[in-house]
Design a protein around this ligand. Structure first.
Ligand code: Z5A
Length: 222
């Protein structure tokens, strides 16, 4: 029995490099011989991917931020039950692009949804599946939005990318505030640096927090 795997999430604003670095970290962990599941939110399981499409298309926006919050929670519930917990329980490592902090920031701080509702949904959907480490990629909003726009090309901006620079700067600050309150779970990394430098800093954080940590001694039977 290999014991429970580790759960690492990536958070940050639009274009901060989460998808790029979540994929790079998953590869680096695999190269070290670990069994890794790379996933994302909203989505990450067949049911949650359907809900992702509904939310990001913007068709649920007229229903209000509370309904959107409940949709994110429904997607998370399926994702945790169908993908994350089974993997962790099988000893696999899970690397997830966005998770619970995105709800706290987008729906809570910016959407002004009551934090009591957000916490209650968190308890029901996340339960024991809180991340062991959350990497916050911090970039100024104008840089992140410019990157996202370049990547999108002539495609249409999604529901959140279409919001103002001020919205995205407020969002950045909200992530930093959560990270300051939970320093044991978070590693904040400057996402403006070149890709290989960011990757190296992420790897250092994973090593220090999860890989080099001495494991509890085996119980000795007399
Ligand atoms: N959302 C929510 O409201 N509530 C929730 O609970 C959850 C999510 C879970 C998901 O959108 C949306 O859902 C999200 C929040 C909301 N909306 N917003 N904003 P998504 O999954 O479609 O997109 P995203 O999560 O915002 O990520 P993104 O825009 O795809 O960006 P990213 O993953 O952080 O960045 P990237 O794709 O890795 O990189 C962007 C570009 O920059 C790309 O061309 C890279 O090659 C480039 N890049 C990456 N790193 C660097 C460096 N270091 N230097 C230069 N260029 C770089």
């Amino acid at each position: 029995m290999s014991g429970r795997g580790k759960f690492i999430t990536f958070e940050g604003g639009e274009g901060s490099g989460k998808s790029t670095h979540a994929a790079a970290l998953a590869e680096a962990l695999k190269a070290r011989g670990l069994d890794v599941v790379l996933t994302r939110e909203p989505g990450g399981s067949p049911g949650a991917e359907i809900i992702r499409h509904i939310i990001l298309s913007g068709i649920a926006k007229p229903l209000g931020t509370e309904t959107e919050t409940i949709l994110f929670a429904a997607a998370r519930d399926d994702h945790v039950k169908a993908t994350i917990l089974p993997a962790l329980q099988a000893g696999r490592w899970v690397v997830c692009d966005r998770f619970v902090d995105s709800t706290r920031v987008y729906q809570g701080t910016l959407g002004k949804v009551d934090m009591k509702l957000i916490r209650a949904l968190e308890r029901v959907t996340v339960g024991e599946a809180m991340p062991d480490l959350t990497i916050l990629l911090d970039v100024p909003a104008n840089i992140g939005l410019a990157r996202a726009k370049t990547r999108r090309g002539s495609g249409v901006a999604d529901r959140f990318e279409a919001e103002s620079v001020e919205f995205h700067e407020e969002l950045r600050q909200a992530f930093l505030n959560i990270a300051a309150r939970e320093p044991k779970r978070f590693a904040v990394i400057d996402g403006r640096a070149p890709r290989d430098v960011v990757s190296e800093r992420i790897w250092q954080a994973v090593q220090e927090r999860l890989l080099d940590v001495p494991q509890p001694a085996e119980a000795v039977t007399p």
